[in-house]
Design a protein around this ligand. Structure first.
Ligand code: APR
Length: 235
């Protein structure tokens, strides 16, 4: 029986692919105000700026490739039952070959109807959402991103996945944004080992489970950790 390993990732897992994190010194929120580009009010009151912000991030993401951390997570599927739960909106886990990826905060390469959240579309070729582009229900399109203040539709699914884990791996997240950050408390009991890969110090003060912190960047620490888990768990 393959071990169930759940990998919970944040912006740090994509940092080594050249995508800025949010709260590091050079992070996205050092150059943009959340309330200007990542809230329902911003979309309503300053739509062009919000659409432009995501167009720029989408254009930048087209030049980025998975790093050794993404690739090691994908390869782990050869000997473990792996599900990735990511806060990231890039598709680098999928590009690396991960086959089960749950996006908590949406997907950069997708758009959706402003009226009906179930009408979701791949952006298709290129990176640009035209300001006046509409969904089949006639409503304007918007980025398929969970803005601050909006509900996280995949959160319940993510909780159930974490509760099924034999091992929880947490990579490159400050654990500063809820409800996503609370996922670490949904492991089925306090014996489930939690492994953290992050060069910084995320907020793990309330974690009571066995916690191993590999203080390395993802591209270095994730392959190291996965090699260690393979030696421990692969049959
Ligand atoms: N490798 C691994 N981790 C790294 C690296 C790296 N090279 N560089 C930085 N980190 C770590 C930082 O130490 C920090 O813990 O990545 C984390 C980045 O934290 P944040 O910038 O807060 O990103 P994240 O936790 O994903 O933010 C959560 O906030 O703005 C919202 O919706 C957005 O999904 C995002 C959410």
């Amino acid at each position: 029986m393959k071990r169930r390993i759940v990998v919970f990732t944040g912006a740090g897992v994509s940092a080594d692919s050249g995508i800025a994190t949010f709260r590091d010194a050079d992070g996205l929120w050092a150059n943009y105000r959340v309330e200007d580009v990542c809230t329902p009010e911003a979309l309503k009151n300053n739509r062009a700026q919000v659409i432009e912000f995501y167009n720029l991030r989408r254009r930048e993401s087209l030049t980025k490739r998975p790093n050794a951390g993404h690739l090691a997570i994908a390869e782990m599927e050869q000997w473990a039952d792996v599900t990735v739960i990511t806060q990231n909106v890039d598709n680098l886990h999928e590009q690396a070959g991960s086959t089960r990826v749950v996006h908590l905060h949406g997907e950069l390469m997708k758009l959706r109807s402003e009226r009906n959240p179930d009408l979701i579309y791949d952006i298709g070729e290129g990176w640009e959402q035209k300001l006046d582009a509409r969904a089949e229900d006639g409503a304007l399109l918007r980025p398929h991103i969970v803005f601050f203040g909006e509900s996280v539709p995949m959160f319940d699914t993510a909780c159930r996945i974490v509760a099924s884990a034999d091992v929880l791996v947490v990579i490159g997240t400050s654990l500063a944004v809820y409800p996503a950050a609370s996922l670490v408390y949904y492991v089925r009991d306090r014996k489930v080992p939690i492994y953290l890969v992050d060069p910084g110090n995320p907020d793990t003060a309330m974690i009571r489970n066995p916690l191993t912190h590999i203080k390395e960047r993802g591209a270095v620490g994730v392959p190291q950790l996965i090699e260690r888990l393979k030696n421990e768990f692969a049959e």
